[in-house]
Every structure is written in C-alpha cells, then in structure tokens.
Design a protein around this ligand. Structure first.
Ligand code: F6P
Length: 364
C-alpha cells in the first residue's frame, strides 16, 4: 500500500481543503494508501511536521476556505531561513534535510498543491528523485498549464457581490466608487468580476489607460442622468506615466501595510478630473478567504482525485490540469513556461466594449 504526503504552498485559496479531502479519500478508499498531511508547505517537510489524514480529519472541510494543513510563502528548501546561535538569520540550502525527511516518513510520493513558485520547487524536488504530482492553485487564474484554477471563480463572485453593494450606495450618493481588486500581473479577476458586477470602467494590467478616457466615461454617464459610476481596477493596472503620480504610487506599493494602492490614486484623480465625489474600497484578502463556490469545490475535487490516482499508480513528474472541461496531466515543468495574461482581444473585452464599458484606452 502506498504512503503519500500532501502539502499546500504559497498564498491560500478557496478550494484547497476540497483538494486535500479528495486526495485523502481517493488514496485511502481506492488504493488503501496512508496519507500524511504535511504542515505549512515545504516548511513542514523540512522540519518534519505532519500527521496522518483520515476520513474523520477531512470530514466537513469541503466547504471551508483556507487550508487545514496551513501554508507558507517562506518554505523555499533551497533558500531556507535558519537562525544561528548568534540570532542572525542565514539562508541555507536545506534540500538534504527535505530528502532525509521524505525517507524518514517512507513516502512513495508527494502531492504538492500550489502556484508557480511552489511548482518550481516541486519540479526541483522531482529532479532530486522524489515522486511529485502537482495541483495548480491561484485565485489569479494566470497559470499557463491549465484552463482555469480553482479559487478564481470564488474570487470573481466576491468581486461581483462587492460591486453590487457599491452600486446601490454609489447611486444614492451620486458618487464614483472605485474597487481595487487583486491581480498583480494578470487582470482576470478585474475583468470577469468587473463584467459580472456591471462596472462602467475596468482597468487591467494588460491595457494601458489614459486618465482622460476614464474622466470622459464618468462625465458622459453623468450627462445622461447617471450621476454615479463604478470603477473596477486591478492592483497591477499600469498608471499613465508621469512624474508625481507614479512617485506617489511607488510609495504606496512599498507600504508594508499595503493600504491604499492604485485604487486611491484612481479615486483622487477622478475627483480632480470630473468634480464628482469618489470613494475607494480595497477588497484585499476578502477575495481569498471564505467558502469556495460550487464550481471551485467541484474543480478542486476533480483535480485532487486525479492527483491521488497519479501518485498512487506511480505516475509522477506531472501536473494535474483542467483542459477543455476535463482533467488531464501535463509535465510539471509546464507551469514554469510563463504566466497567462488577458489577451487584449478577449471576447469578453469585446463584448464589454460593445456594451459601453470603458477600459481606459483610446478605444474605450
Ligand atoms: O497571487 C495571488 C495573490 O492573491 C495576488 O493577487 C496578490 O497580490 C497576492 O496574492 C497577495 O498575497 P499576500 O498578501 O499573501 O502576499
């Protein structure tokens, strides 16, 4: 009977617990496997923190956000923080400790659930001789290897609901409401959430915008009697170049508390450029927390069950992906080929433009 481990690395994401449950139940029920839940990503694998996952431990977690195993962004085994006797932190290669732990636990393979950073480590681990199966995860939906990642649908639903709520207060007070959403390099959440929530202006990292186009849209709405507007801006949208604004933005980006990023800058400019009152909401980690949607629970369950099949049958070095409405496997290294951005001619952008949505560019 196989002995397998499972860990979740990187930022958390709704649907992780559904994967953990699906891997555990499939591996135990179909293959008589022992499943070890490793705590806090690669950190737990290096430090030997883990315990057996049973039917009882995964009962009732399908609908829960987060991950019962914990996660960590700091667990790079090849650059691992080790505190010396002098109290100073040294960054060391701890891959040897990691391999020793895999042997100690007598693991035949490890299911690694994570984004592209975690998959890079998973790929290195596989090349060191550990059997690894990857499950892709990010709310940003920007991994090349899979058509959609679980967590994205939930994040989109949260954005859509937030925009609905902002719309009623915006129309009551005749204000412009700016919602800043996640997406450092890809605008999938802003695009899909923005369209679902009926945003009048959507600003994406992929489409450079001009202030005037945004002001014109807001003013045109007011001229038609709609004295409020809804703006959905991705945190990674590119501000128009120009001295002062960019400098202020840079200060905000380096703010350790991450309070008030691009959304505040957009709101300030709209007030100055249109004379209308503006407010900003930064949705932040609300997009990553809480219960997954039915779609994400189902996608996570399909991927987790398929990953358990692979690892228990000895098919490793693969990533379980979602492609053309079904699950499949691709090489683990497929995630490393780059990010998937929103194409400027995406059909949803075209449809939104046809409906009058402004993307802040000339054609907006
Ligand atoms: O990659 C997912 C993501 O949610 C990004 O959209 C966001 O910028 C980032 O994680 C924030 O992560 P954290 O605050 O956990 O470092």
């Amino acid at each position: 009977h196989p002995r397998i481990g499972i860990l979740t690395g990187g930022g958390d994401c709704p649907g992780l617990n559904a994967v953990i449950r699906a891997v555990t139940l499939t591996a135990r029920r179909q293959y008589g496997a022992t499943v070890l839940g490793i705590e806090d990503g690669f950190e737990g694998l290096i430090e030997g923190r883990g315990s057996e996952l049973t039917e009882e431990r995964v009962a009732g977690i399908l609908q829960d956000g987060g991950t019962i195993l914990g996660s960590s962004n700091k667990g790079d085994p090849w650059r691992y923080p080790v505190v010396g006797q002098d109290g100073k932190t040294d960054w060391q290669d701890c891959s040897g400790r990691l391999l020793a732990q895999v042997q100690h636990w007598q693991l035949d393979g490890v299911v690694v659930v994570g984004g592209d950073g975690t998959m890079q480590m998973a790929d290195r681990l596989q090349r060191l001789g550990v059997e690894v199966v990857g499950v892709p995860k990010t709310i940003d939906n920007d991994l090349l290897a899979t058509d959609q990642t679980f967590g994205f649908d939930t994040a989109t639903a949260v954005v859509s609901e937030a925009l609905d709520r902002l719309t009623t207060t915006a129309s009551s007070h005749h204000r412009v409401m700016v919602l800043e959403v996640m997406g450092r390099t890809a605008g999938w959440i802003a695009l899909m959430g923005g369209v679902a929530g009926g945003a009048d202006v959507i600003l994406l990292p992929e489409i450079p915008f001009q202030w005037q186009a945004v002001f014109d849209k807001v003013k045109a709405r007011a001229a038609m009697g709609m004295r409020y507007s809804i703006i959905c801006v991705a945190e990674g949208a590119q501000l128009p170049t120009g001295g002062e604004v960019v400098q202020r933005m840079d200060r905000r980006r380096t703010d350790p508390k991450r309070l008030g990023g691009i959304g505040a800058v957009v709101a300030e400019h709209i007030e100055a450029g249109t004379g209308l009152e503006a407010r900003v909401t930064v949705l932040g980690h609300l997009q990553r927390g809480g219960s997954p949607t039915a779609f994400d629970r189902i996608l996570a369950t399909r991927l987790g069950s398929h990953a358990a099949d692979c690892i228990c049958r000895g098919e490793s070095g693969v990533l379980v992906a979602y492609h053309q409405m079904g699950t499949c496997t691709v090489p683990l290294s497929a995630t490393l080929a780059g990010r998937r951005n929103v194409p400027a001619d995406h059909d949803l952008i075209q449809a939104a433009r046809a409906l009058g949505t402004c993307f802040g560019d000339e054609a907006g």
